[in-house]
Design a protein around this ligand. Structure first.
Ligand code: CMX
Length: 433
């Protein structure tokens, strides 16, 4: 059975569970909402459902029940490579089944048929001023392709709730398969003297991306690792939630992903990895262009905090421990670039920042998140244009959010519409008015 057939079976099995919960247990309470949560970004309010990934505050992310090391170990890898096929990971996120090598390779072949980027998308990119942020370019390229949407056509021709997921799945595969070429095109056009490299259809998602970026091995494995790590972080983060929210209006995958990418472009979310590297470089330059002493570094961190800035790459809205995505990349650095000066600075920040953040007393989580490590690896392999880093995050994040909106349609989730209240109402609830 191919991926779509396996997915259909899973959807048919899953639908009665949701129907039963809604019909018979719809009134069961999951929690209460406080004034603090209503004002404070709905932190910890349990009102989203996803089976693609779950974020435990202490343990970190599990994809379909597997930890990051388990995913990296169990999923099929291209021959001679250390990290799994992105296509196999897509299979895994959609179905919850670890694919066999043959199943993963079937998706690799399927993606190749979907991968060609229409010329008008290239024209759209080329028409934009070259100093446009690459996230703006990525988002624009995605929404420009909306005319390709099979879901939108399906809706226009007479919508059927039971089969709507099929065209959402088709759009998601079409879109995902094109992202490596779009991202690499933006990179080569914007930063490498407008020298795009043609796609090599003999390669998988990660391999072809590295090839089109013009960066030799092991960057293909770095790309696979990076895309898997950044794919999903349950549903409440800005990019995942935005994509889900927009899709809940029956907007198609192109509209929805483009919106999610715009959220990812914010400095408190995906843009943080660009900010981290700029900040680390600043640390490095200001402290003499060498690995600083711990004392100098501590002072620099305090200066950052005292000037009202956050320490980028540290803290998290849900996590309360070191992010396993950070750990995974740290292990990569320890293996492949232990002597790299920037990695040494990053490692030293890890030694001193948590204590300082604890003493500072504001951040609920003083530990690093994914963004504190990722830029250093990219820098090491020559990808030094750090405003591009969020684009890499965006390609990875697309895997998770597209899997989610395919399931959203499969389970017929309704349009999202939480209720708002006024400040007067809050004061009345607080008994002060
Ligand atoms: N440095 C300094 N102060 C920090 C901090 C940090 N790294 N992290 C949180 N704080 C501060 C907050 O700004 C907030 O201060 P105010 O009360 O003055 O507003 C206070 O601590 C409480 O915040 P929190 O509840 O711990 O964190 P939030 O859930 O509000 O925000 C996050 C989470 C990630 C936005 C925040 O920790 C932050 O700004 N970190 C730096 C940016 C970053 O690394 N973002 C990447 C997130 C990863 C991802 O995108 O998945």
């Amino acid at each position: 059975m191919g991926l779509k057939d396996v997915l259909k079976k899973k959807i048919d099995e899953h639908r009665p569970r949701i129907a039963k919960l809604t019909k018979e247990f719809g009134d069961v309470k999951l929690g209460e909402v406080t004034i603090g949560q209503a004002i404070g970004g709905a932190r910890s309010v349990k009102c989203l459902v996803t089976d693609i990934s779950y974020l435990d505050p202490v343990e970190g992310i599990r994809f379909r029940g597997l930890t990051i090391p388990e995913v990296m170990e169990k999923l099929p890898k291209p021959k001679g490579k250390d990290y799994p096929y992105v296509e196999g990971f897509w299979y895994f996120l959609l179905t919850g089944d670890v694919p066999t090598m043959a199943q993963a390779e079937e998706v690799v072949e399927d993606f190749k048929k979907r991968a060609q980027v229409p010329q008008y998308v290239i024209d759209v990119l080329r028409a934009m001023p070259r100093d446009t942020h690459p996230m703006t370019m990525l988002s624009a390229a995605v929404v420009a392709m909306q005319r390709e949407s099979k879901f939108a056509k399906f809706y226009a021709e007479g919508f059927n709730k039971m089969t709507a997921w099929e065209s959402m799945y088709e759009d998601s595969c079409d879109l995902l398969a094109k992202l490596p070429e779009i991202a690499a095109y933006i990179y080569r056009m914007k930063y490498k003297g407008d020298t795009p490299i043609a796609s090599d259809m003999s390669l998988d998602f990660g391999g072809n991306f590295a090839h089109m970026m013009g960066i030799p091995a092991p960057y293909d494995d770095v790309a696979r690792m990076y895309f898997v790590l950044h794919s999903d972080h349950e549903s409440g983060n800005v990019s995942a939630h935005t994509t889900h929210l927009v899709a809940s209006a029956l907007s198609d995958a192109y509209y929805s992903l483009s919106a999610g990418l715009n959220g990812l472009a914010g400095p408190l979310h995906g843009l943080a990895n660009q900010e981290v590297l700029g900040w680390i470089q600043d640390v490095y330059a200001k402290l003499g262009g060498k690995v600083p002493t711990k004392e100098d570094l501590k002072k620099f961190l305090w200066d950052t905090l005292n000037s009202g800035q956050v320490i980028p790459g540290y803290g998290h809205a849900v996590l309360r421990k070191t992010d396993p995505r950070y750990t995974s990349q740290r292990e990569y650095c320890q293996k492949y670039l232990p002597e790299d000066e920037l990695f040494k600075v990053v490692a030293m920040i890890y030694d001193v920042a948590p204590d300082i953040l604890m003493e500072h007393g504001k951040a609920k989580n003083p530990w690093p998140n994914v963004d504190a490590q990722s830029g250093v690896i990219q820098w090491f392999y020559g990808l030094r244009e750090y405003d591009f880093y969020t684009v890499l995050f965006g390609v990875g994040r697309a895997i998770g959010v597209l899997a989610n909106i395919t399931w959203d349609r499969a389970l017929g989730y309704p349009i999202e519409r939480p209720k708002s209240v006024t400040t007067d109402m809050l004061e009345a609830a607080a008994g002060i008015k």
